[in-house]
Design a protein around this ligand. Sequence first.
Ligand SMILES: Nc1ncnc2c1ncn2[C@@H]1O[C@H](COP(=O)(O)OP(=O)(O)OP(=O)(O)O)[C@@H](O)[C@H]1O
Ligand SMILES: [Mg+2]
Length: 224
Amino acid sequence: MGELAASIAHEVNQPLSAVIINGNACRRWLGGASPNLEEARDAVGRIIEEGNRASEVISEIRSFVKKSPPHKEEVDINALILETIGLVRGEIIRNQVVQLTDMAADLPPVYGDRIQLEQVLLNLIMNAIEAMHAVAERPRELLVGSQWQDDAQGVLVSVRDSGSGLEALDQEQVFDAFFTTKPEGMGMGLSLGRSTITAHGGRLWAGPNPDYGTTFNFTVPAHV
Ligand SMILES: Nc1ncnc2c1ncn2[C@@H]1O[C@H](COP(=O)(O)OP(=O)(O)OP(=O)(O)O)[C@@H](O)[C@H]1O
Ligand SMILES: [Mg+2]
C-alpha cells in the first residue's frame, strides 16, 4: 500500500506541477502593456489537458481500490480464451499478427471470476500485440496456450509473443502500478492482473522465450 501511495503521489504530482507552471506562464502572457492572448490560450489548453490527465489517474485508482472480491464460479478456461481472442480479433488483423492457440483438451473448469480473468487475459494479449508493433524482420506471432499444471492443481495459461522482449526492462518492475513504456499507457494492467490472480490463489509471472519475445503465464486453481 505504501508503494502504491508513492506511485499515486508521483503520478498526480506530475500533472499538478504542469498545471502550476502553465498557470504562471499564462499570467505572464496576460500581464504587461500588450498581453499575448494566443500564448495565454495555449497555456490554458495545456492546463485543461493536464487537469484531465490527473482526473484520469484518480478515477483509475478509484476503480482499483473499489475492486470487489472475486465472484467465483466454475469457468471453462478454453472457452474464455476463445472469447477473449474474439474481442481482439480486429487488433490482431490490423497489426498483421499470426494468432495460434495450443489448448489442452479435457481441462477441468477453474474456480474464478469470469470477468476478472477475462480482463487479465485481455491485458496480456493486448500487451503482446503492442510489444510486436515494432517487429518487422520476423513473423509477429501470438500463441495462447492452456495446460493442466500439477503443482498448482490448476490450469496454466500462457501468452507468448515474438515481440520486443523484457530484456531492456526490469522483469519485476513491469508489475509495478503505473509502470509503462507506452505514451498512452496507464501501467495498471499487469499490476491489476497480478493482484487479481493472487486473489484467485494463483500466480502470474513472465519469462523470456528462447529466441525472441516474452511469455506471460498465470495459473488458476481448479474447482475441487
Ligand atoms: N509482452 C510484453 N513484451 C514486452 N514488454 C511488455 C509486455 N507486456 C508488458 N510489457 C511492458 O510492461 C509495461 C507494463 O504493462 P501493463 O500492462 O502493466 O501497462 P501498459 O500496457 O503500459 O498500460 P495499461 O494500463 O493500459 O495496460 C508495458 O508498458 C511494457 O513496457
Ligand atoms: Mg497493458
